[in-house]
Design a protein around this ligand. Structure first.
Ligand code: SF4
Length: 358
């Protein structure tokens, strides 16, 4: 249900009806009227597709910034557990190629820190502004213990990984002075995310354009989902058009890319992880034992690996497979790696939503 807009009495100063409520459909401003365009980029195809759509709509790239919520923390705080090693370097390469800055937000200790949390508060939020790292301390809540994997559920209250990730961006938006204007001149922000209805679940009900909950008297935030009704094939066509290589995990046969070892990974996908990165699977298995809780309600990670079939995911016969594996597991990814003059359609482009969140 829409939340009543806190300040119904002041004018938007724009062509919006004054009774627009948060979570209600809106018309966007002409793109050039926004002061900042924040594109949320996971490195997955839909967030990249949103970025391409903005460019095709003539966005001024000098106003665009790519925001990435780092699931394993960032900088000195980084500890590899849940993310594909190449994801951050891939995003950096996208930023360099298109001349747009990349900004990171994360929680102390990343998803792993939250998973292992014991008798403490949930981790502080951090964000990067230039060379500076700013901490937004956790001030609410109670001391508690997590030590449970996120539930494999559409309910974000128990599938805590997704909300934990997204909240770091929302808190940054609400607290970063750069994202606020004045009472006379509100900062106009376009907040762009890459959900698609075809991926199912709650996305079917998402609006394409709505007033974002962080709108205030000093900040107008319009939320746009530019690929909401696009098909998977249309998204990969954009990569071909822009001559950009999709995230390497698509070339390993994954149809959805976000965390490596997503809680929704199928047995075949766990078998594929075991094939390309056995040490990562071993780490998950150790943690399952340590906290006495498995990701899957029925099977342990190692039991899933045992019943999975590598060839149901990895394109075993692809002569370029060693290159895709090496790119996916590398912490460096150059602009040369990113640009694909002769586009190769990834094996994952022919897979559905298997192994992704509902
Ligand atoms: S990709 Fe999977 S594990 Fe990562 S935040 Fe989303 S649902 Fe959780």
């Amino acid at each position: 249900m829409a939340i009543q807009y806190e300040q119904m009495m002041f004018s938007f100063g724009l062509d919006q009806p004054q009774n627009v409520q948060k979570g209600e459909p809106i018309e966007l401003l002409p793109l050039h009227e926004y002061d900042v365009v924040v594109v949320h980029i996971s490195a997955g195809k839909d967030s990249m597709g949103s970025f391409f759509q903005l460019i095709k709509n003539g966005v001024d790239l000098s106003k665009v910034e790519l925001w990435h919520q780092a699931v394993d923390g960032h900088g000195e705080e980084h500890q590899e557990f849940w993310d594909w090693p190449c994801t951050e370097p891939y995003i950096e390469a996208v930023g360099k190629k298109f001349g747009v800055p990349v900004y990171y937000q994360w929680r102390r200790g990343g998803l792993y820190g939250e998973l292992m949390r014991e008798n403490s508060y949930t981790g502080d939020v951090f964000y990067k502004e230039g060379e500076q790292t700013i901490c937004l301390p956790t001030t609410k809540g109670t001391l508690s213990t997590r030590r449970k994997f996120p539930a494999q559920s559409a309910d974000l209250r128990i599938r805590w990984c997704s909300s934990y990730k997204v909240d770091s961006a929302k808190r940054t938006l609400g607290n970063n002075p750069r994202m606020s204007g004045t009472l006379e001149h509100r900062k106009k922000i376009l907040w762009v995310t890459g959900e698609r209805r075809a991926e199912g679940g709650n996305r079917a009900n998402y609006l394409e354009k709505e007033l974002h909950g962080s709108t205030s008297r000093r900040r107008l935030v319009h939320h746009w989902r530019p690929v909401i009704d696009m098909k998977q094939a249309d998204i990969f066509a954009l990569f071909r058009e822009f001559k950009i290589m999709p995230h390497p995990a698509y070339y390993l046969g994954f149809g959805r890319v976000s965390c490596m070892g997503c809680i929704f990974s199928t047995a075949h996908q766990w078998a594929a992880y075991q094939y390309i990165a056995p040490e990562r699977v071993a780490r998950f298995a150790e943690v399952e034992k340590e906290i006495d809780h498995t990701i899957d309600v029925k099977l342990s990670i190692l039991e899933k690996v045992a019943i999975g079939s590598v060839s149901k995911v990895l394109p075993i016969g692809d002569p370029l497979l060693p290159r895709w594996v090496s790119l996916a597991l590398s912490r460096s990814f150059s602009v040369d790696d990113l640009v694909m003059e002769d586009f190769i359609m990834p094996a994952g482009a022919f897979r559905g939503c298997e192994g992704g969140s509902p």
